[in-house]
Design a protein around this ligand. Structure first.
Ligand SMILES: [Zn+2]
Length: 79
């Protein structure tokens, strides 16, 4: 599984880290990827999706574990 969003195809970028003494080293920046379960061609699959696609509701998150599903629904019972 490469570090790339499966919805928009966003991937990491290359850059250089420049210190005060101008010593340059390679650096990489990756998108905010989340591993979620969603339906792909009718089958439930774990895919990497960036946080922007999640926020824009571009994917349907499937929660299969009953405890996780309960805590997601009853989040407002804590006063
Ligand atoms: Zn994305």
């Amino acid at each position: 599984m490469s570090r790339r969003c499966s919805i928009c195809g966003k991937k990491g970028l290359y850059g250089s880290q420049v210190s005060h003494s101008h010593h340059i080293t390679k650096r990489r920046q990756f998108p905010n990827l989340r591993k979620i379960r969603t339906k792909v061609n009718g089958k439930i699959k774990a895919v990497l999706v960036c946080a922007k696609c999640l926020k824009a509701n571009k994917v349907e998150i499937i929660i299969t574990h009953p405890q996780v599903a309960n805590s997601a629904r009853g989040s407002d019972n804590k006063a």
